[in-house]
Design a protein around this ligand. Structure first.
Ligand code: SF4
Ligand code: SF4
Length: 470
């Protein structure tokens, strides 16, 4: 007993290879909704990232916003730690580590970052969900597009754009809230009192989100994203990419469920084009690997559903390597990957070490422009300005001294009290106790040491200038 394939699976899209994707041809892409394990994976991953992004901005830690890049105070707070402009080398190192991590993941699984966690993709999926909720699934949206303007179309379109704008505004508020304390920012925004620089950036990021995720979508991935352009150089024969198993799938064509496709000269692809209909970039994965493919695996889920219904094995479209497609086995451990992983481990180790030894008190010295002067008791004297930063979260007392006094005498308070995060600019003078200096320019070092923790110490050097003949 044979059974026809449900007609809704056999849409009348052209089965011939598409030379221009709708995106490339400038047409709108109406994706069909689908379910499956990769969609669930993306849903959980994106949900977690969304929570992280929107939730963290509202968290408090130690009486202040937990994560805040305070531009006006030149400080970056991340939970209990405070980073200063002098620590930005650490933040740069962190970015380099993330980039290397991304390279390593790309070697293993191609554009998996693009399909699952890239903000452009995540926000686009959210906007597509809003579109589907308010305008219906693929066929209803195609009909709505073609329909003349009437009250229903106006209402649906208006609601969709309203929801897109609301998500965009919240996104922008949250993003700017990582640079300006978010609570007062939100109060000003929702009471329509927001102006100035923060107002400009919220409007800018809201517009960028609305345009990128609502209107430009896959065009950003295909035409604008620089990462899409160069990541293919990281691929090798063992990189897992979403691919169609042409040897198994061809020749494609409709058939009755339960019939023997081989007897009809057919492969496992029933040519239902569902894989094309769910693709957010509008491509046909059966045409081979394409730069437009963001590796989201929507086509894998769609095709697996079809295979289940047909009683065929899953995986006609799936993650596989070039080597696998040619009949071999994917090698996970390979020199390039081991190299990336090794460098990554070394970098993470160095980063953790640098974090551990990061000085939590900082001392900078700048010498006064005047070369020297004579003080009231006839000693040669140089003037300096010390900049001391207490980078800890506690109020602390520090001892100030010359590291090796030698012939010098420091004229400054011996003890300093600094509040958490306080920056102290302190003018001091150093006098020469020798009547006849050995050189016209000698080095000297200042030191600050926490009274309650001698390990909390910083030194900085400068020079002392004196006339040789007096
Ligand atoms: S690859 Fe799968 S989803 Fe795509 S047309 Fe063939 S059977 Fe349908
Ligand atoms: S071809 Fe498949 S994996 Fe690639 S973008 Fe389209 S749906 Fe996603």
């Amino acid at each position: 007993m044979t059974e026809r394939i449900p007609t809704r699976l056999i849409e009348t899209l052209s089965p011939t290879p598409l030379r221009l994707t709708p995106s490339q041809a400038g047409g709108a892409i109406h994706t069909r909704s689908f379910s499956g394990r990769f969609r669930n994976l993306r849903l959980y991953g994106a949900g977690f990232l969304f929570l992280l992004f929107f939730g963290t901005a509202w968290l408090d830690w130690g009486g202040r916003q937990a994560v805040l890049w305070d531009l006006s105070a030149h400080r970056f707070y991340i939970f209990g730690a405070t980073f200063w402009p002098q620590d930005f080398i650490l933040l740069s190192a962190l970015l380099i580590i993330c980039a290397f991590g991304l390279f390593a993941i790309t070697v293993v699984a191609g554009r998996i970052w693009c399909g699952y966690t890239c903000p452009q993709s995540v926000w686009t999926w959210v906007f597509m969900w809003a579109e589907k909720t308010l305008e219906g699934d693929r066929n209803q949206r195609i009909k709505l597009d073609a329909a003349p303007w009437n009250a229903d179309k106006l209402l649906r379109r208006g609601a969709k754009h309203g929801l897109w704008l609301a998500v965009s505004l919240l996104t922008a508020l949250t993003f700017v809230g990582y640079f300006t304390p978010i609570r007062p920012l939100a109060t000003e925004l929702f009471s329509l009192r927001l102006e100035g620089v923060a107002g400009f950036w919220i409007a800018f990021f809201a517009l960028a989100t609305y345009l990128n995720a609502g209107w430009m979508r896959e065009k950003v991935c295909v035409h604008m994203c620089p990462y899409a352009r160069f990541q293919s150089v990281m691929f090798d024969d063992n990189t897992l990419l979403v691919a169609y198993d042409a040897a198994r799938g061809e020749g494609r064509g409709p058939r009755r469920k339960g019939s023997d496709p081989r007897a009809q000269g057919l492969g496992d692809c029933i040519d239902c084009t569902l894989c094309v209909q769910v693709c957010p970039t509008g491509i046909d994965i059966r045409d081979g690997l394409q730069i437009d493919c963001i590796g989201c695996a929507a086509c894998v889920d769609a095709c697996d559903t079809v295979m289940d219904k047909m009683g065929y094995a899953r995986g006609l479209v799936g993650y596989r390597s070039q080597r696998q497609l040619e009949g071999g086995r994917t090698r996970l451990l390979r020199p390039r990957l081991v190299g990336y992983a090794g460098v990554l481990l070394v970098m993470i180790g160095a980063f953790v070490w640098a974090l551990q030894i990061r000085p939590l008190v900082s001392l900078d010295v700048s010498k006064d422009r005047g070369l020297f002067r004579e003080n009231a008791i006839g000693q040669v004297e140089n003037i300096y300005t010390l900049k001391i930063i207490n980078k800890t979260q506690q109020a602390r007392r520090y001892r100030l001294a010359l590291a090796e006094p030698g012939p010098f005498e420091l004229h400054a308070p011996r003890e300093l009290a600094l509040a958490p995060g306080e920056i102290l600019d302190l003018p001091v003078s150093v006098a020469l106790t020798d009547a006849a200096p050995a050189s016209s320019s000698q080095g000297l070092r200042f030191a600050v040491t926490a009274l309650d923790d001698p390990g909390l110490r910083s030194e900085a050097g400068s020079t002392f200038t004196a006339p040789l003949q007096r």
